[in-house]
Design a protein around this ligand. Structure first.
Ligand SMILES: [Zn+2]
Length: 427
């Protein structure tokens, strides 16, 4: 399944063989995966977003939660999930899992006769080096950019595998409500008891990690709008004092002003450190949380104007607003298009969107892949769907006389590797 089209061998070879620069991952530490031991089972594969499609198909929330519970046996998990897997397995999330099971673990399909075999294969490979095996050897990823979302990581994870990992400063932590000020203080030694001290806390992270980091990351559409006004510092300071000195709740406008000023501060620091800004735009993972008004890429337009020297890496094709991303990246030299996560959210729309982007945006500004998963197994299936989609998109463009085969093959190498390597300064 997911065979690459074979009409243009040079293109096919380029898509199949070019290593990936993976712009976005949330991968757990390998040691955390190893620590799962005999609790690792087939249901862990569903963490690569399928849980949301199981819920969408009608699986009750408590049963979905039980799929991650250590005390529930894998037989019971299979009994509960089987009917919903049957309905959800054709989505991009489901197909990616099936590809991993078939091509990494060598088991034809996940069903009642094989789930124990899948679990056994996963456990057998759960040895030191499993991340290198899954991510580099199997998925063909040369480098990935980590956005750490584990609680203990706290803005920047200290221990990473520098052979294949680089990291984005998770500035979204500075936009949380309430702010984890105690954790920041434990890390930085700065007690953020005023707005100025909070900004000094942020500066500490930029000073400490700005050299090693390759970007900053903001995934705020999960809790607020992408529209960041440049509010006067006094407003942010008074909101900060009200919330953290007097312990009073903020009005929505006050909270927004505090976060707006915080992110503008991060953008000024990003400019000083020449760190690109990775921003979640478009669709949200999960269920019952989608607000189409706060995820639109065009909400960021004032930032592109105000910070012409900051490079913005817009994630997830802005789905379902791919046209906004195309027009913004065409218009603003500092705006880039990133297809991370998109190949499993909507494989066919992403394939069409790639054709749209290639017809509108200079090819050096398009990054074709980011796995966006926590379990390393998920990188493989996602990468396979991405290579399949890229190969088909370019094959169709050759068929229709829009591109020649040599150009298409060269573009494939740029999309998969060169563009992101240059953008993030990887070497
Ligand atoms: Zn993500």
């Amino acid at each position: 399944m997911f065979d690459l089209p074979n009409r243009y061998p040079k293109l096919r070879e380029a898509v199949a063989r070019t290593p990936l620069v993976d712009t976005h991952e949330h991968l757990q530490e390998e040691s955390d995966r190893l620590a799962l031991g005999d609790h690792l089972d087939f249901a862990h594969l569903f963490q690569a977003y399928l849980l949301a499609d199981l819920a969408s198909a009608g699986m009750p929330v408590d049963e979905i939660e039980s799929l991650s519970a250590e005390e529930v046996s894998q037989d019971e998990k299979w009994r509960r999930v089987a009917p919903f897997w049957e309905w959800a397995r054709h989505t991009g999330y489901g197909r990616a899992i099936s590809l991993t099971i078939q091509e990494v673990y060598g088991i034809a399909r996940l069903d009642a006769t094989t789930y124990r075999e899948v679990t056994a294969a996963m456990r057998a490979h759960n040895q030191p080096g499993v991340h290198q095996w899954l991510i580099r050897e199997k998925a063909g990823v040369a480098w990935y950019v980590l956005h750490d979302v584990e609680e203990k990581g706290d803005v920047y994870r200290d221990e990473i595998d520098l052979r294949m990992c680089r990291q984005a400063l998770a500035v979204n932590r500075f936009l949380e409500d309430p702010l984890p000020l105690d954790r920041f203080a434990a890390r930085t030694g700065i007690r953020a008891d005023s707005w100025e001290a909070f900004l000094a806390t942020i500066d500490w992270y930029f000073e400490r990690y700005g050299e090693e980091a390759v970007a900053i990351k903001n995934n705020c559409p999960y809790w607020r709008s992408l529209y960041f006004e440049d509010v006067p510092p006094e407003r942010a300071a008074s909101a900060f004092e009200k919330r953290y000195k007097r312990g009073q709740p903020l009005e929505p406008g006050e909270l927004k002003a505090l976060q707006d000023a915080t992110f503008h501060h991060c953008l000024r620091r990003a400019a000083e450190h020449d760190l690109p800004v990775q921003i979640h735009t478009g669709y949200l993972a999960g269920n019952r949380n989608l607000d189409l008004n706060r995820i639109r890429p065009s909400l960021l337009t004032n930032l592109f104007v105000q910070y012409p020297d900051v490079r913005f890496d817009l994630f997830h094709t802005g789905y379902p607003y791919q046209g906004e991303i195309a027009s913004l990246a065409k218009n603003f030299p500092n705006v880039y298009v990133d297809l991370c996560w998109a190949w499993i959210v909507d494989p066919y729309a992403t394939r069409r969107a790639l054709q749209t982007f290639l017809g509108t945006v200079p090819a050096n500004k398009i990054f074709a892949f980011g796995g966006d998963v926590r379990m390393a197994d998920g990188v493989y299936g996602h990468a396979r769907i991405a290579r399949w989609g890229i190969a088909w998109a370019l094959t169709e463009m050759i068929d229709e006389g829009y591109l020649g085969q040599d150009d298409a093959a060269a573009i494939a190498e740029m999309l998969l590797y060169d563009n992101a390597r240059t953008f993030f300064g990887l070497s």
